[in-house]
Design a protein around this ligand. Sequence first.
Ligand code: ZN
Length: 155
Amino acid sequence: MNIDCCNFNLFISQIVLNVFKKYIQDDEQSPESGGIVTGKVYENDMIEILNCSEPSELDTSSRYNFKRSFQTAQVFIEKQFEQSNGEEIYLGEWHTHPEDYPKPSNLDIKSFIKTISQNRLNSKTHFMIIVGRVSIYVGIYNNKKLKKRITINRI
Ligand SMILES: [Zn+2]
């Protein structure tokens, strides 16, 4: 999937979209899920979100809350970095919401800013992705400030 984001083009791989699809909270009980996204940043204004981690046993999740394990994320980031010879880096976070058109909560925003400030293998641009039941919210952050929001309709 290719998306035009003002000053760059964003590509999201089918692998990532399939993971999002798998965890959509489309029944009464399913908990929030989430993980991180990794990908490549090109000089010619192209960003590719290529992979994402899936929920692990070390995460804490409930119907309206998801807290991913720092440890699991770190292992995933290092694995992607090595397998790509250092080209694939941490690009942000994803999680699900049990609502049709998801919006980040104040806590989501607060913890996202905190998380991207702590990451070592870093890009200037980060993505906060929330997978809802009908659409996907993508908040595009540049230097830790929200630059643009996009909505992707049902995948
Ligand atoms: Zn949330």
